[in-house]
Ligand binder design. Structure first.
Ligand SMILES: Cc1cc2nc3c(=O)[nH]c(=O)nc-3n(C[C@H](O)[C@H](O)[C@H](O)COP(=O)(O)OP(=O)(O)OC[C@H]3O[C@@H](n4cnc5c(N)ncnc54)[C@H](O)[C@@H]3O)c2cc1C
Length: 332
């Protein structure tokens, strides 16, 4: 029913999944082609193989910026070319940046996309969670700097005006729709695993869906918390979101490698009950609590096991559950 309102170049000859969202601040149509639907329906292993392999080097013929006019096949999907707007460096290991956003690029809070740079005439792409809100006019990313990393050894040197390649088919499991209704939402992250939660914290829907939202964030050093702390403050002070989040959003940051007012690994803080004692709330309970996890592979594996032992069921796009998991990066 919305097809007559779409630009001609966004109409593809396959079934559209059209979602109409009713956020507090803006109204937006979220268009997802059948190609995205196929990605969503892959299981974890298939998606991991799709997104966590070595540098994705596409054939130069596929690397043009021409808008998608035909149903995109996996290999022939055109890449968007966005301009870097601003960059912030937090430590020698972490930075964030914003780019322009092509209007037709749609995503859901919590999703990731393949992004990268053109290197020697070929796209070098990696999975990146999108930090900006689905309604923002820009795209924001929070990145690691891996000294010998094929992408980030280059990406950390970007300047305003540089070009970032973005695959216009975001995906991911950290979606509100993959969780059953609950009362408290715990967002558990380490390092750049905070990235998808930046987008979710900026989504008014989570404050409508839950009575309380706890962001529990672990880093090695206090300076590494700066990006997450800044996002949380921005949300609380936002003229519209702030009102919704004021009494619901709770931020708990813990550091592992130097003195800080909360110390220790998230897994230990949950296991020994310290997290809940510090927050002054009851421990996890599968009846009322929902959990999203994004962080290093060891932490995600341990938390998955810990939640399983507490009768939490893992959710997916086909069967919503009590918790969902995304690795913030793949071990190689
Ligand atoms: C679903 C998903 C979402 C991701 N989202 C982000 C994101 O929002 N921000 C981000 O910086 N990275 C993210 N990554 C990791 C990202 O895809 C790249 O691995 C990272 O940008 C490094 O790329 P590279 O080519 O420089 O090095 P790679 O060859 O990709 O990685 C080299 C090594 O660096 C380590 N490493 C990679 N990424 C990280 C990281 N984020 N934190 C700590 N160690 C890491 C790993 O040990 C890896 O073996 C995500 C990965 C996945 C699977």
């Amino acid at each position: 029913m919305f097809l007559d309102k779409l630009p001609a170049d966004e109409i593809v000859p396959f079934t559209f999944k059209v979602q109409y969202r009713r956020p507090v601040m803006v109204r937006t149509l979220s268009l997802r082609t059948c190609a995205v639907k196929v990605m969503d329906e892959m299981d974890d292993t298939e998606r991991a193989a799709e997104f966590t392999g070595d540098a994705l080097e596409m054939e130069p013929a596929f690397a043009t910026a021409a808008p998608v006019k035909q149903a995109p096949s996996k290999k022939s999907a055109s890449l968007l070319r966005e301009q870097v707007l601003e960059i912030h460096h937090y430590t020698d290991k972490l930075f964030s940046f914003r780019t322009t956003r092509t209007q037709s690029f749609r995503f859901q809070s919590g999703q990731f996309a393949m992004i990268g740079l053109e290197v020697a005439g070929r796209p070098l792409l990696r999975a990146y969670s999108i930090c900006s809100a689905y309604y923002d006019e820009w795209l924001e990313f929070f990145s690691i700097k891996v000294p010998e990393g094929p992408l980030t050894s280059r990406l950390q040197h970007i300047k305003p005006g540089d070009e970032i390649l973005i695959n216009p088919k975001p995906t991911g499991t950290l979606l509100l729709g993959n969780l059953r209704a609950g009362k408290r939402l715990f967002l558990l992250a380490t390092g750049t695993g905070f990235a998808p939660f930046a987008s979710l914290l900026r989504d008014p829907d989570i404050y409508e869906a839950f009575d309380a939202v706890y962001i529990v964030y672990g880093c090695r050093l206090a300076a590494e918390l700066e990006y997450a702390t800044g996002v949380t403050i921005d949300v609380r002070e936002h003229e519209l979101l702030g009102e919704l989040a004021a009494d619901k959003l709770h931020y708990y940051a813990s550091v592992t490698r130097e003195p800080y007012h909360h110390q220790g690994r998230i897994t230990d803080l949950i296991e020994n009950g310290r997290l809940f004692a510090d927050l002054g709330v009851p421990g996890l309970d599968a009846q009322n609590d929902r959990v999203m996890i994004c962080g290093n592979p060891d932490m995600t594996a341990q938390l998955r096991a810990m939640l399983g032992a507490r009768d939490f069921l893992e959710g997916s796009s086909t069967v919503p559950g009590d918790f969902v998991v995304e690795k913030a990066f793949a071990d190689r």
